[in-house]
Ligand binder design. Structure first.
Ligand code: ZN
Length: 44
């Protein structure tokens, strides 16, 4: 899930899976919905 963090007085929304930070919570949620960082490297 997306977590919030405050840095220099600015709230950031962080993807828990990969650590990417967003200033818009919707951007963060949309990113995380498509984030596959949680999945291990897989073989095809
Ligand atoms: Zn992510």
């Amino acid at each position: 899930m997306v977590t919030e963090t405050t840095k220099d007085g600015v709230t950031w929304y962080v993807c828990e899976k990969c650590g990417m930070m967003f200033d818009d919570p919707e951007d963060a949620r949309q990113h995380e919905a498509n984030c596959d960082a949680e999945d291990p490297t897989y073989l095809q």
